[in-house]
Design a protein around this ligand. Structure first.
Ligand SMILES: Cc1ncc(COP(=O)(O)O)c(C=O)c1O
Length: 436
């Protein structure tokens, strides 16, 4: 068969991978398969399967990290609670870009938002012996469910696609009123769909969290990356929207990986609402030294997980945050590159018969950003993901993200270079010619 990538090699590699259904493959399994096809054919794919930052990190961070290493921090354990100057910069960042006031003691560095989520599940889902686990507002980041599974916590999920705006109220309440959930999880902007909750939706979430005494884990891994609003001026509206405006039951995950292109250094932050931090949960003592949530978070969860965060990396992130807080480094402008790429790429998909899956925030079109979701009429996501491999295009299935839109795939724009646009357009055209 005549396809842009050698048909027999792609078939052979799919067979060799042992994957029964490509649509069920995890992100890392797809990465491996596509790399093997690229190696054998010598052809370069339009690789949209993995959310890796495609930009260089800010120099100021790298220099600070090198300087810290040269000064000898590598031989010393870092403080569990985090470097004081980093905590100060996080607290400033939260004030300047979220408009939320928290002292630095409530800002705790973690080994990526990944570890932050793990530590939060470990704590929050054990605050009440009569509650079972987490509710995920999906679609979402699959590894967080894996974290719940390995911890033995139960979780439930629902796809928010049909429950935007006012409809979120009844849907969310139907879960929370069961009293089963200790925590409520979502990312905003959302991985994979790039929807962003409106203020009205955040208010619904916050008020219900208070009403049913559930703690929100608001994952801001893509902080500031809803490019429809420029939140980049420190201390000036608009700010990154947050549920922390609507409830005291909040915890935030802030990651250096995407907003500061620092994924390889594995650093993030958990910010805990002061009310929650100091609240006493007697049931925590089943697992932890103290019934105060904040104390147990540090000495009961962060300690056994990794005994703190890489010392030099904390210096790197301190410098980047300080530059952003002082208005010397515009982190939003830097990553807005992704929005520009998405705009060009999304048009190519639309022009060639594809449709978008998650396309609106209430009545407003979603932002162009790190991810977008697409489908091709008449095909399931499983069929589409496999067929696109013969056309040199890779993405992941929405199925693995808790989405009920089984026709959909997620594309990540970060690794695509403008020099590849021509190849992408050609491949999409060929695909459409063959399948329309
Ligand atoms: C929604 C979401 N949360 C958390 C993470 C993990 O972030 P980190 O690299 O800081 O561990 C990611 C990474 O892709 C993500 O998409």
């Amino acid at each position: 068969m005549n396809t842009p990538i050698d048909y027999s090699i792609v078939s052979e590699k799919i067979k060799e991978s042992g994957l029964e259904n490509i649509g069920d493959a995890s992100i890392r399994e797809l990465v491996k398969l596509v790399s093997q096809i690229e190696e054998k054919t010598g052809d370069k794919y339009i690789r949209m399967e993995m959310g890796v930052p495609g930009l260089p990190p800010p120099e100021v961070g790298i220099e600070a990290e090198i300087k810290a290493l040269r000064s000898g921090v590598a031989s010393k354990y870092a403080n569990l609670e985090g470097l004081p100057q980093l905590k100060t910069e996080i607290s400033r960042f939260v004030k300047l870009f979220l408009d939320i006031e928290v002292e630095s003691k409530y800002c705790l560095p973690t080994v990526g938002a990944m570890q932050g989520a793990m530590a939060l599940f470990m704590l929050l889902n054990r605050t009440n012996k009569n509650k079972e686990g987490s509710l995920f507002i999906d679609p979402g980041f699959p590894v967080q469910k894996q974290q719940c599974r390995v911890l033995g916590h139960t979780y439930e999920t629902f796809d928010v696609y049909n429950f935007r705006g006012d409809k979120l109220q009844d849907k969310l309440e139907s879960y929370l009123k069961t009293g089963r959930f200790a925590s409520l999880v979502y990312s905003n902007p959302n991985n994979p769909s790039w929807i962003c909750f409106t203020e009205k939706e955040l208010q619904i979430i916050g008020e219900l969290a208070t009403k049913y005494d559930v703690i929100v884990i608001e994952d801001l891994a893509y902080f500031g990356m809803d490019f429809r609003k420029d939140i980049s001026v420190p201390g000036e509206a608009p700010f990154q929207p947050t549920v922390a405006k609507y409830t005291d039951n909040w915890t935030l995950l802030i990651s250096a990986s995407k907003a500061f292109s620092y994924a390889g250094q594995r650093i993030g932050t958990v910010v805990v609402s002061p009310k929650i931090f100091h609240r006493k949960y007697p049931d925590l003592k089943r697992y932890y030294p103290n019934e105060e949530l904040g104390y147990s978070f540090i000495y009961g969860a962060l300690y056994p997980l990794s005994a703190g965060v890489s010392h030099s990396t904390q210096y790197g992130w301190t410098a980047m945050l300080k530059a952003a807080n002082d208005g010397e480094y515009n982190f939003v402008k830097n990553v807005s590159e992704y929005g520009k790429k998405a705009k060009v790429m999304k048009k190519m998909f639309l022009d060639n018969g594809f449709k978008f899956v998650y396309d609106k925030d209430e009545d407003e079109p979603i932002a162009d950003g790190f991810y977008f979701t697409f489908s091709y009429p008449g095909m399931t996501g499983d069929e589409l993901i496999e067929k696109l491999l013969y056309y040199g295009i890779s993405a992941i299935s929405l199925k693995i993200t808790g989405s009920e839109r089984l026709e959909g795939l997620r594309a990540c724009v970060s690794q695509i270079q403008p020099s590849q646009y021509e190849a992408l357009e050609y491949r999409l055209k060929e695909f459409n010619k063959k399948h329309q």
